[in-house]
Design a protein around this ligand. Structure first.
Ligand SMILES: Cc1cc2nc3c(=O)[nH]c(=O)nc-3n(C[C@H](O)[C@H](O)[C@H](O)COP(=O)(O)OP(=O)(O)OC[C@H]3O[C@@H](n4cnc5c(N)ncnc54)[C@H](O)[C@@H]3O)c2cc1C
Length: 306
């Protein structure tokens, strides 16, 4: 079969891997400029020095045996490493969080910068961007999956529409010198959901760089605020938490994730209609984590291959 997958995040790519193993031809379309999805790494420059921030997922855990095996392969390939500061079973992509996604995408036919707004039925098959396929998979966040599924499978679309994600404002800051506080990360400190010294993660280095992520409640309350105001507010909160003023910044930016933490946890894991040859995978069908997204894609690949 020729299978089209809309969305080349970790879920779409793990589905693609499984289908390729089973001998199917897979084409992926992704609206992003490059690999990562919500495991993205934002690159910047300050005074000629390269900066990088993991501004989506901060780390991931591996507990399911199939995912443990995949992470072991990533570690052997040099695209993932343990990050003990976040916990005994915490992993990060190396040298950036998007590295495992980049490695998976390199083995597949991914068309980047291609936003897909509709899937068309073509006889017994599918047509996307003018190309014919035998089966179609939607591997995007729930809110973006619903309109793609609706014309063809209202029941799947209804599940997607019912799964509400929470937003996350993320501030990224680099400083001319290290922060005085001997702190690597903070979790669940009121408005600050998470803050970490990004430059201290494995294989990072470079200037002192921090990522500060607001809690879902704070992000919702400030969703339409300007990025500059959000950046300053989150850095003020960080300084207050650390109990000391921050050094002079050499880079400041912010990113608003409208659909950061997927809702619908504990869902069916995958969706697949064998008659239509239409499926969906992603964290929203399982749990709001990297591992769950990977498993959802893998299991959908199993169902399609079967
Ligand atoms: C701020 C933040 C913090 C997080 N922290 C953690 C954490 O610490 N630990 C953890 O395990 N997880 C964390 N997560 C969640 C984790 O990143 C996700 O669960 C996982 O990456 C989801 O993978 P996915 O493939 O389902 O979706 P995504 O990664 O969102 O991939 C979907 C892809 O589809 C593309 N796309 C969307 N719409 C279209 C369209 N119409 N046409 C074409 N392409 C489209 C997107 O560009 C994207 O690349 C975090 C997420 C965020 C945002």
């Amino acid at each position: 079969m020729r299978v089209v997958i809309v969305g080349a995040g970790i879920a779409g790519l793990s589905c693609a891997d499984r289908l390729a193993e089973a001998g199917h031809a897979v084409a992926l379309f992704d609206k992003g400029r490059g690999p990562g999805g919500r495991m993205s790494t934002r690159r910047a420059e300050a005074g000629g020095r390269a900066l990088a921030f993991d501004h989506g997922a901060q780390y991931f855990t591996a507990r399911d045996p199939a995912f443990v095996a995949a992470v072991g392969e990533w570690e052997a390939a040099g695209v993932a490493a343990r990050w003990p500061a976040a916990g005994p079973d915490a992993w990060v992509g190396t040298p950036g969080m998007n590295a495992p996604v980049r490695a998976l995408a390199a083995a597949r036919a991914v068309a980047w910068g291609r936003r897909i707004d509709r899937l068309e039925r073509d006889g017994t098959g599918w047509r996307v961007d003018g190309e014919p396929f035998d089966a179609a998979v939607v591997a995007v966040p729930a809110e973006q999956a619903a309109p793609l599924l609706l014309p063809h499978h209202p029941a799947f679309a209804a599940l997607a529409a019912a799964a509400r994600s929470q937003p996350c404002w993320t501030a990224m800051a680099a400083f001319e010198r290290p922060l005085a506080a001997p702190v690597e990360l903070l979790r669940d400190r009121g408005a600050i959901g998470w803050a970490a010294r990004n430059s201290a993660k494995p294989e990072r280095g470079g200037p002192e760089a921090w990522v500060v992520q607001a809690s879902p409640a704070w992000s919702t309350e400030h969703l339409e605020d300007a990025a500059e105001a959000v950046t300053l507010a989150l850095l003020r909160l960080l300084a207050a938490e650390l109990g000391a003023p921050l050094p002079a910044p050499i880079h400041l930016s912010a990113h608003r994730w409208r659909f950061a933490r997927s809702g619908g946890a504990g869902g069916p894991g995958t969706l697949w209609d064998p008659a239509l040859r239409l499926g969906a995978c992603g964290d929203w069908l399982f749990a709001p984590r990297v591992e769950a997204a990977w498993l959802s894609g893998r299991r959908l690949g199993d169902r399609i291959a079967a």
